[in-house]
Design a protein around this ligand. Structure first.
Ligand SMILES: Cc1cc2nc3c(=O)[nH]c(=O)nc-3n(C[C@H](O)[C@H](O)[C@H](O)COP(=O)(O)O)c2cc1C
Length: 221
């Protein structure tokens, strides 16, 4: 039984009239999922294109609803949290979570951050206890595998790379992943998109190969 949650974050579509505009991160993620599905049945598949259909930003009323005990929540507060409830249910059910994301301004798109703000929620995906001292937050979910697929215009964001010090996309995703219940992370990166040169083609080819290989690897587990 495999339940897969697939979250895409690019504002660009998978396919466009001009193929040069196709989202790189979404296409690599699709390649991973196609490879996985070739070798193993996906029993349940949830798909969220938060780039094209972003969840709303949270509000003061949303926070108020989150901190209201369940038996005291008004109908309006329940409604305010309905999407968050659904998104969290998708995460809870998933064995494998695939997040594909472009780098925008050295971090994740606001649309993907909006999704994280909706799902990292007290007493749902983490709990809070000051008895734990300086680290009061504790994740409530566990055992999931995360596949992170990124595309960047520049390059060198990896450990030891020339832009490691301004790399705020994958490190942020790593930090947040523990609140999704992730215990294993696989990362695939395509770089150099803005250079449109042979380095980009090599990076892209490599990312597609890694996606196919990872699909096969995870389907065997
Ligand atoms: C608004 C915006 C901001 C971007 N900021 C960065 C950046 O900070 N660093 C970078 O390397 N590339 C940046 N890029 C380039 C994208 O990361 C690159 O085009 C990537 O391929 C987009 O992913 P996609 O092909 O899946 O849409 C930016 C692109 C856009 C549209």
């Amino acid at each position: 039984m495999t339940t897969l949650l697939h979250v895409d974050a690019s504002v660009r579509a998978v396919k466009n009239d001009n193929p040069a505009h196709d989202s790189i991160s979404k296409n690599i993620a699709k390649h991973f999922i196609d490879s996985f599905a070739k070798h193993q049945v996906i029993d349940e598949y949830f798909y969220r294109d938060v780039g094209v259909n972003p969840p709303p930003f949270i509000t003061q009323d949303w926070i108020g609803a989150v901190f209201t005990p369940d038996d005291k929540k008004t109908a309006e507060q329940q409604q305010l949290l309905a999407l968050s409830d659904t998104l969290i249910a998708e995460i809870s059910a998933a064995d494998i979570i695939v997040i594909s994301s472009p780098m925008y301004n050295y971090g994740m798109p606001a649309q993907l951050k909006a999704w994280f703000d909706q799902v990292i929620r007290i007493n749902q995906t983490f709990d809070f206890d000051l008895a734990r001292g300086d680290f009061p937050l504790q994740p409530l979910l566990g055992g999931k595998t995360l596949v992170v697929i990124t595309s960047t215009g520049e390059f060198g964001f990896e450990q030891g790379g020339i832009r490691e010090h301004i790399s705020h996309l994958v490190p942020h995703l790593r930090t947040l992943s523990k609140y999704l219940g992730v215990s294993t992370i696989h990362e695939i990166a395509s770089e150099y998109q803005e250079f449109a040169d042979v380095r980009h083609q090599l990076s892209l080819d490599n990312a597609y190969s890694q996606a196919a290989a990872l699909g096969l690897q995870l389907s065997n587990q």
